[in-house]
Unconditional design. Structure first.
Lengths: 110, 112
């Protein structure tokens, strides 16, 4: 069966520091992968999605970037974090129109 | 921008009662989905209803879709304390096969 791993679960970073969040999927090949961000008490905002290795689509201009170096690996990065980057980051993969989410990373930028 | 909007924002009910929440959207869709999120966790897919369907059931869940009104409802019957969570609708647009747009969610509290 397919599983999705996302880490770390929580992260506290100072403003201006770099960020790297990793997501890996097991049990499937060539999945569509997604990064969403959720502000406290709000809905999900799509940040990036990828339909294959090296193929990244950005949904909103921001301080973040994404990469897909391997088929089942999706990385969210920033060179310099801003206070506004705080939030709950969720990785997901898609099958038959449905999304399957990881457990999320709570990022606090201080 | 968010395509769907849930109503109400929050709902508090007694165990055993039914919970109903609504979702409205703006543009034509391929399908509409409902997800559940427990506090601090990832979202879990509950049910998908296609644009040519009007009603679907899954256990204690009943979803309706009215494409003429661009709205959907999720009914949870005989609620349990374990149903306490946030519920989100998500829409897949006709124009796009790869992305789901989520609403802001309805927070449901079931009192024991």
């Amino acid at each position: 069966s397919q599983t999705i791993h996302q880490w770390p679960a929580t992260l506290v970073q100072p403003v201006g520091s770099p960020l790297s969040l990793e997501c890996t999927v097991e049990g499937t090949s060539n999945p569509n992968l997604y990064w969403y961000r959720q502000a406290a008490g709000r809905g999900l905002q799509l940040l990036f999605y990828s339909v294959g290795i090296g193929q990244i689509s950005s949904e909103v201009p921001q301080n973040l970037s994404a990469s897909r170096p391997q088929d089942r690996q999706f990385i969210l990065s920033s060179k310099k974090l801003l206070l506004s980057d705080s939030g709950f980051y969720l990785c997901a993969w898609r099958e038959a129109s449905k999304l399957f989410f990881g457990s999320g990373t709570q990022l606090s930028v201080l | 921008s968010q395509q769907g909007e849930e109503d109400p924002q929050a709902l508090s009910i007694q165990e055993g009662e039914n919970a109903t929440m609504n979702c409205s959207y703006k543009t034509s869709i391929n399908n509409l989905q409902w997800y559940r999120q427990n506090s601090g966790r990832g979202l879990v897919h509950l049910i998908l209803i296609r644009s040519n369907e009007r009603e679907k059931h899954s256990g204690r869940l009943r979803v309706t879709l009215d494409t003429s009104k661009k709205s959907s409802s999720l009914l949870i019957t005989a609620s349990r304390a374990a149903d306490t969570a946030s519920y989100f609708c998500a829409t897949e647009l006709l124009s796009n096969d790869y992305k789901l747009s989520f609403g802001a969610g309805t927070t449901v509290t079931v009192r024991a």
